[in-house]
Design a protein around this ligand. Structure first.
Ligand SMILES: [Zn+2]
Length: 79
C-alpha cells in the first residue's frame, strides 16, 4: 500500500461538496476532474489513475496536481 502526501485514495464525503463548475485550473481539466471545495482547498480527481485518486490542493496553487502528474504520469508532461 502506497501512501502519498496530499493524496487520498478513498472518497471523503463527510462534507458536502458544491460549486462543481468552479474549477480554478481549467487547463488541468485534461487530467483532473474538479470535485469541489473544502475550506481553502479544492479536490481534484485524477482521470489518469485507474483508481479514483483525489488530489487535494490549496486553491491558489496548482502545484499539487502538477506534482502528481509529474510523479505518476511523467509521459503526460512532455507535450
Ligand atoms: Zn493520477
Amino acid at each position: 500500500m502506497e501512501t502519498e502526501d496530499n493524496t487520498v485514495n478513498c472518497e471523503n464525503d463527510e462534507e458536502k461538496m458544491d460549486d462543481k463548475s468552479e474549477n480554478p485550473w481549467p487547463y488541468l481539466e485534461e487530467f483532473f476532474m474538479y470535485r469541489g471545495k473544502k475550506g481553502d482547498s479544492v479536490q481534484m480527481q485524477c482521470k489518469l489513475c485507474l483508481t479514483a485518486t483525489i488530489i487535494s490542493a490549496y486553491k491558489t496553487s496548482a502545484s499539487n496536481p502538477k506534482k502528481h502528474i509529474s510523479r505518476k504520469h511523467p509521459s503526460k508532461m512532455e507535450q
